[in-house]
Design a protein around this ligand. Structure first.
Ligand code: NAI
Length: 406
C-alpha cells in the first residue's frame, strides 16, 4: 500500500509512524510545494518490479487525473510521436503533471497504459473528485470503474457537515485565537460543508451571513436564521470569510483589498481554487508577513492588512488536524466497502467505465456499525410495522428509498 497526503494535510508524526510500522510506503510531509506534491503523486504509482497500483482510493481525483492524462499522452505519442508540451500549459497543476508524463514517456512509453490495464477501479472520497469523475464519464474518457463514496449518506451528510462543523472553528482558533463571538462571518456556499461551517460559527456566537447561487440552499440558509447576501454587499464589514463552494474564483483580490484591517480569509472547500492567492500575491506593493506556519498577514500599500489561513488551501487540514477520527471512521468504512466491492467484482461485468454509488444497505451498515460507540439503542420494527411502511428484509432495511434526502 502506498499513501499520499495533500499539501498541508500531513501530520508528520503520524506519517512517520506509518512508515516505521512498514504497513504502507508513505510519500507525504507537511508543507509540500506543488512540485513536490506531484512528485509524490508520481511516486505512489511506482510499485516494486515495475508494477503499479491495482486499485486506488482517491480524494479530489488528482491521482485519477494523473493516470488518465498519462494514458492520453501515451496514445498521442504512439500515433504521432508528439510529446506533451508543459511549457505551453497555463494550468499550474497540469504544467507539472505534463512535465512528469513527458519524462515518463521517455523512459517507458506504455507506463500509464500498463497501470490502467491492471487497475480494477477507484473509489473517490470528495465532492470535487466525484464531479471530475462524472465529467470524464460523460465525455466517455473514464478508463476504469469508479465508486462515488462522497454521496454515501454516511459520508457527505456526516463528514462534510459534522466534520467541518468541528474542524473549521478548530482551524481558525489554532491559527488566530480570535474571539468568534460577535463577529460577522460570511460562509460562501451553503451545501453540506457550508451548512456545517455556518452551524459552527453560529454556535460560537458569530453573526453569520451566507452566499449562495442555488435558490434551495439559499432558502435553507434563511430558514436557519442566516442572512443570504452577495459577497460584495458585506465584504467591507465582514471579520471572517470562509469559502465552501467547491467552485473557483470566490474571494478575489478585488474583494480582499476592500476588507477591513485584520479580516480573516480561509477556504474549506476546493483545495486551492476558491481564494485568489495569485491575485493577492501579485497585488502591486503587497507585503506578506508570515506570523507562523499557515498564518500570513498580507499588508496592502495603504497599511491595512488581511490574514490568510493555510495559503488559501484547506484551513481545517492546514491549520488544524482535519476532521476527528470518529467522523472519518464513517467515511473510511465507506471507502473500505467500496474497495471490497470493486475488488470482489473485478472479474464480473457489474462495474463498467462509469461512476457508481454504493448500495443503500451498505450505507446503512456503516451507520449501524457506529451506533454502539455512541451508546444508541436502535428501535426494531415489528413485522406488521415494517410491512406497513414497506421496509424490506423483515424490517432489516434498506429503510429509505434512494431518493430520500435525509
Ligand atoms: P455542495 O455541492 O453540497 O455545496 C457547495 C455549495 O456551493 C452549493 O450549494 C452551491 O450552490 C454553492 N456554490 C457554488 N458556487 C457558488 C458561488 N460562486 N457562490 C456561492 N455559492 C456557490 O458541496 P460540499 O459537499 O459542501 O463540498 C464543497 C467543497 O468542500 C468541495 O470542494 C468538497 O470537495 C470540499 N470538502 C472539503 C472538506 C474538508 O474537510 N475541507 C470535506 C468535504 C468536502
Amino acid at each position: 500500500m502506498v499513501f499520499l497526503q495533500h499539501f498541508f494535510s500531513t501530520q508528520d508524526h503520524a506519517a512517520a509512524a506509518i512508515a516505521a510500522a512498514k504497513t504502507a510506503t508513505v510519500f507525504a510531509w507537511k508543507g509540500l510545494t506543488l512540485d513536490e506534491y506531484w512528485w509524490c503523486s508520481v511516486q505512489t504509482l511506482n510499485f516494486p518490479n515495475n508494477q503499479g497500483p491495482t486499485i486506488i482510493v482517491d480524494d479530489g481525483g488528482d491521482l485519477t487525473i494523473l493516470i488518465h492524462k498519462g494514458y492520453e499522452a501515451e496514445d498521442i505519442f504512439k500515433n504521432s510521436k508528439a510529446l506533451p508540451e508543459p511549457e505551453k500549459e497555463t494550468d499550474k497543476d497540469l504544467k507539472i503533471v505534463y512535465r512528469f508524463i513527458k519524462e515518463s514517456i521517455g523512459v517507458n512509453p506504455s507506463r500509464y497504459h500498463d497501470i490502467i490495464s491492471k487497475c480494477v477501479g477507484v473509489s473517490e472520497e470528495t465532492t470535487t473528485g466525484v464531479h471530475r469523475l462524472e465529467v470524464m464519464a460523460k465525455n466517455k474518457q473514464l478508463l476504469i470503474p469508479a465508486i462515488n463514496v462522497n454521496d454515501c449518506v454516511t459520508k457527505s451528510k456526516f463528514d462534510n457537515i459534522y466534520g467541518c462543523r468541528h474542524s473549521l472553528p478548530d482551524g481558525i482558533m489554532r491559527a488566530t485565537d480570535v474571539m468568534i463571538a460577535g463577529k460577522r462571518v460570511c460562509i460562501c456556499g451553503y451545501g453540506d460543508v457550508g451548512k456545517g461551517c455556518a452551524q459552527a460559527m453560529k454556535g460560537c456566537g458569530a453573526r453569520v451571513f451566507v452566499t449562495e447561487c442555488d435558490p434551495i440552499c439559499a432558502l435553507q440558509a434563511l430558514m436557519e436564521g442566516f442572512s443570504v447576501v452577495k459577497l460584495e454587499s458585506i465584504v467591507k464589514d465582514v471579520d471572517i470569510v470562509v469559502t465552501a463552494t467547491g467552485n473557483k474564483d470566490i474571494v478575489m483580490v478585488k474583494h480582499m483589498e476592500q476588507m477591513k484591517n485584520n479580516a480573516i480569509v480561509c477556504n474549506i472547500g476546493h483545495f486551492d481554487n476558491e481564494v485568489d492567492m495569485e491575485g493577492l500575491e501579485k497585488f502591486p506593493g503587497i507585503k506578506r508577513i508570515n506570523i507562523k506556519p499557515q498564518t500570513d498577514r498580507f499588508v496592502f500599500p495603504d497599511g491595512h492588512g488581511i490574514i490568510i489561513l493555510a495559503e488559501g488551501r484547506l484551513v481545517n487540514l492546514g491549520c488544524a488536524t482535519g476532521h476527528p477520527s470518529f467522523v472519518m471512521s464513517n467515511s473510511f468504512s465507506n471507502q473500505v466497502l467500496a474497495q471490497l466491492e470493486l475488488w470482489e467484482n473485478r472479474n464480473t461485468e457489474k462495474y463498467g467505465k462509469d461512476v457508481y454509488l454504493l448500495p443503500k444497505h451498505l450505507d446503512e451498515k456503516v451507520a449501524r456499525l457506529h451506533l454502539k460507540a455512541l451508546g444508541a439503542e436502535l428501535t426494531e420494527l415489528s413485522s406488521s410495522q415494517s410491512d406497513y411502511i414497506g421496509v424490506e428484509n423483515g424490517g432489516l432495511g434498506p429503510f429509505k428509498k434512494s431518493t430520500y434526502r435525509y
